[in-house]
Design a protein around this ligand. Structure first.
Ligand code: ADP
Length: 548
């Protein structure tokens, strides 16, 4: 900018200089010409008057520099102090002579190209019709310039230097305050009020940029907050499979460092299947797959990103479906188990009934066979009851009505119910602790206590004992059932709460277990916001504690 201002100012200076020079020379020249004619008129009048008085002989006495010519009325040159009159032609055709003959005075100028001179002529008519002409010579502009060339060039040079210095200082003066403006905090010295609009505009644009930046930062933070806190993984790639953006979950799954931006997936991703769905998305189609990694199952969904009808990238979403898949597999396993568990007693019942129908059972065995059919039917009924109870708990049914339940009283009732079975097994049952009321579903809590006590009796030893205890630890009611039975090996302890899981299948069936008792306990406890803890040692006994 400084250079531009300098160049323009310098050019203006040169133009002004040239215009002034031309004007100066023009004015000087025209002034000189009119002065020359004035001088010639006075001189011609004076000489003409003298010739009228004294006669043509007066002309011989003149010694001036100017050329004097005396012309007879017929145009013949009678006298000329600068040339031989015999060599001069008739002067009637000269412009100034013709004009003087007509009007009394005449003047004209003629230019000599060879001499670069200009001759001025002034003619006066005398009373006898003869004409007196006085002329002088003036150098032309070009000749004058040639004469003045050296000083003129010096002056020009001096003015050019001056112009340069002034233009440079001017440019600096204009640009210095502009360069000194702090673009972040524009302020201007009062001396440069012309720059105030520029400063105001800068301030306004700064404000706009600041607002837009804040808005953008906010949007970015919102986007990051959403994507970073998403359990789902999110990945955006361009057509060259370079990661443009991705959240923490996606980076972790793909084992990429940091934000992953700039990483090429074809070089860094080890999952062939992801590269396959990404390829499909980049070819413009939707694709998805189930991916198992680190004991988790992910649903990978890839979609093309289309802009102006062209695929410009792909968005890949990773949804954690581990729980869904586990539930699905549990459901499948449960269905298979249920079918199997139902089929076994039904096969027995059908077998016994068929034998009886065919008359193959002797009368004395009839009672025994009927007893077997009754036992298997009971097992079936127990099993179906347990399945119904579990499916209600699975649905987290709101059909259950809550009420204030005293756990101690409830345990007392259950113990009374189980006392005959315990006596049959020669197991003593006892209840200790204090009254503790909770907000709960009576029949679920009753079933929970029943299942725990039933197991404690079933898996006990002859002469063993079962102790039900209700106590409070730091305001939490705790129900525990301790037995002196066979205990559960450590390896099985985490699995006994699974549906149809039994430590010893034949023993469980022998004692009439369905394999669902502890599952119902776990779900009923969860329904009440409680957790079940198990402590057991094979050969010594087990303690199941329900902590509300
Ligand atoms: P079941 O109807 O077979 O008793 P449960 O779900 O109630 O099914 O129990 C699962 C398994 O846990 C049982 O088969 C048994 O092997 C074991 N178990 C449960 N309670 C006890 C206990 N008090 N002592 C020893 N083993 C137990």
């Amino acid at each position: 900018m400084t250079f531009k201002i300098f160049r323009n100012a310098f050019l203006i200076g040169i133009c002004v200089l040239l215009a002034c020079s031309a004007l100066f020379f023009g004015v000087m020249f025209s002034n000189y010409e009119s002065q020359a004619f004035d001088k010639l008129a006075i001189e011609a009048d004076y000489i003409a008057h003298a010739v009228e008085q004294i006669g043509p002989s007066y002309l011989d006495t003149l010694t001036g520099e100017d050329r004097i010519t005396f012309i007879a009325p017929d145009g013949t040159v009678l006298f000329d102090n600068a040339a031989d009159v015999d060599t001069l032609s008739n002067h009637l055709d000269r412009e100034e002579i013709a004009e003087a003959r007509q009007t009394g005075v005449g003047q004209s100028s003629r230019y000599s190209q060879t001499l670069l001179e200009r001759n001025h002529y002034y003619a006066v008519r005398l009373s006898d019709g003869s004409v007196l002409r006085v002329s002088c010579t003036q150098t032309s502009v070009a000749a004058m310039l040639l004469m003045l060339l050296t000083p003129f060039l010096w002056v020009i040079l001096l003015i050019l230097v001056l112009c340069g210095v002034i233009a440079f200082r001017l440019a600096k003066q204009i640009t210095r305050p502009i360069n000194a403006i702090d673009l972040d905090h524009p302020e201007i010295d009062g001396a440069y009020s012309e720059l105030q609009p520029l400063v105001d505009r800068l301030r306004q644009q700064n404000r706009t940029i600041h607002e837009q930046m804040s808005e953008l930062r906010l949007r970015q933070q919102e986007f990051s907050a959403i994507t970073e806190n998403m359990r789902e993984g999110f990945l955006l790639v361009d057509v060259k499979t370079t990661v443009l953006s991705g959240n923490h979950s996606a980076m972790q799954l793909l084992q990429l460092d940091g934000s992953g931006s700039g990483v090429n997936l074809y070089q860094s991703c080890r999952h062939e299947e992801i590269l396959r769905v990404m390829g499909t998305a980049l070819s413009g189609s939707h694709d998805e797959l189930l991916l198992t990694a680190d004991e988790s199952t992910w649903q990978v969904v890839a979609n093309p990103v289309i802009s102006s009808g062209q695929v410009v990238g792909a968005v890949i979403i990773f949804i954690d479906v581990t729980e869904r898949e586990q539930r699905e597999s549990l459901r499948r396993e449960f269905s298979a188990n249920v079918s199997h568990e139902l089929k076994t007693p039904l096969t027995s019942i059908s077998g016994f009934a068929e034998l009886m129908k065919e008359g193959l059972v002797p009368v004395e065995k009839m009672r025994e066979f009927s007893g077997d059919i009754y036992r298997e039917s009971r097992r079936l009924i127990d099993l179906v009851d347990d399945i119904i109870q579990l499916s209600r708990l699975d649905e987290n049914s709101s059909m259950f009505t809550r009420e204030r339940v005293d756990l101690y009283q409830l345990a007392e009732q259950v113990i009374e119910q189980l006392r005959p079975a315990a006596e049959k097994q020669q197991v003593t049952l006892q209840l200790t602790g204090q009254h503790a009321e909770i907000d709960g579903v009576r029949h679920l809590l009753s079933e929970m206590i029943y299942n725990l006590c039933d197991n404690a009796i079933k898996y006990n030893v002859t002469g063993g004992s079962v102790t039900v205890s209700i106590c409070r630890t730091s305001a939490q009611p705790v129900l525990s059932v301790t037995d002196t039975g066979i205990g559960i090996p450590y390896a099985h302890q985490s699995r006994v709460f699974e549906r149809f899981y039994r430590v010893d299948k034949s023993h469980s069936k022998e004692v009439g277990g369905t394999g669902l008792g502890l599952s119902i306990v776990k779900h009923a406890a969860q329904y009440h916001g409680a957790r079940v803890e198990l402590k057991s040692e094979p050969g010594k006994g087990s303690t199941f504690a329900v902590i509300f």
